[in-house]
Write a protein that binds this ligand. Structure first.
Ligand SMILES: Nc1ncnc2c1ncn2[C@@H]1O[C@H](COP(=O)(O)OP(=O)(O)O)[C@@H](O)[C@H]1O
Ligand SMILES: [Mg+2]
Length: 304
């Protein structure tokens, strides 16, 4: 487009030079002179608007390049942080997993034998159990965030995937879940365990964004031209400030007191490992939508 403008500008300038030469060669009749001046004024006007147009296009190009550069830089920082985190996490994560497993088993045993314990004891055993599970989840997230295992892909039906994930999520009564998942969606080729982890994280974030309750909408649709399947999770929560949107996928970015900020790192890594992508839309006060775009079976077959 900018090239077209350049060619047109060149033509206009050549034309103006011709008129100028005609005037210089001494055009006697005043009417002809006036006509020529009028024409030159017209040409100058269009040169001016062409220059403005070119300016706008260059500006837009510059903005697009700047955006690309910023995104690339963001990704680089993310990778760097992950590498750093990886060195620590691998050791600590593995070391922590064993004692946590032992605690979990011990609580399981105590709960089994102390069936007639008083309510307070039962309550405290329950607390130990749920907190241990939480700690195990953090360790798993940490390990998943720093090294993504190769996906074990199989043919997965989106409705089943969403159903299985939802069964594992704790949805408070104040949150109503709306599903819009057509039966006729194409199957996808993904690792079901990894994709459940992705959806679990997004659903949990959505729920956590609505502490007073709200609506969580899970929708899936097929994109015919690209054969991809889009799964979106929309909440009616507090939304995300623009300044924070660029940091969402950075390791350890969290705005929550009792969280670690690895969920979206896991989401991004696992989605990318499964050939997909994550998109975010949010406006503060209007909730957020996280969309996972996954290649359908046909799209994958086409690339092999
Ligand atoms: N649906 C959402 N609505 C509002 N903020 C969100 C949402 N999902 C993620 N966030 C923001 O992104 C941050 C990072 O999310 P995540 O990586 O899952 O870490 P964590 O949940 O441990 O804080 C959250 O702390 C929160 O500030
Ligand atoms: Mg989270």
């Amino acid at each position: 487009m900018t090239d077209d403008i350049r060619v047109e500008l060149q033509l206009k300038i050549t034309q103006l030079e011709r008129y100028n030469k005609l005037l210089g060669d001494g055009l006697r009749q005043p009417e002809k002179q006036r006509a020529l001046y009028d024409q030159m004024a017209q040409e100058l006007k269009s040169v001016k608007s062409l220059l403005i147009l070119q300016d706008r296009q260059l500006e837009a190009k510059l903005q697009a390049h700047t955006q690309e550069l910023l995104a690339a830089q963001e990704e680089l920082v993310r990778k760097e942080k992950l590498a750093l985190l990886g060195q620590v996490a691998d050791n600590v994560g593995h070391e922590l997993r064993n004692p946590l497993g032992v605690i979990n088993n011990a609580v399981y045993f105590l709960q089994a034998v102390l069936t007639d314990a008083d309510e307070t004891t039962k309550e405290y055993l329950g607390i130990i159990k749920s907190e241990t599970e939480e700690a195990e989840r953090i360790v798993s997230d940490l390990l998943d965030a720093v090294r993504t295992k190769a996906p074990r892909t199989e043919t997965v039906h989106v409705a089943e995937l969403i159903g299985q994930t939802l069964r594992r999520c704790q949805i408070p009564a104040a949150v109503s879940v709306k599903l819009d998942v057509p039966d006729a969606l194409p199957a996808i080729q993904v690792d079901p365990v990894q994709m459940q982890q992705v959806l679990w994280n997004l659903i949990t974030n959505g729920v956590e964004a609505m502490p007073q309750g709200g609506t969580l909408e899970i929708a899936a649709s097929a994109d015919e031209p690209t054969h991809s399947v889009r799964i979106s999770i929309k909440d009616s929560g507090m939304g995300i400030a623009p300044a924070q949107q660029t940091r969402l996928f950075q390791p350890l970015f969290t705005t929550k007191a009792r969280r670690v900020g690895l969920g979206l790192v896991v989401v991004k890594n696992l989605t990318q490992a499964n050939g997909g992508n994550v998109e975010v839309w949010s406006e503060p006060g209007k909730g957020a939508v996280f969309t996972v775009v996954l290649p359908g079976s046909e799209a994958i077959a086409g690339t092999v």
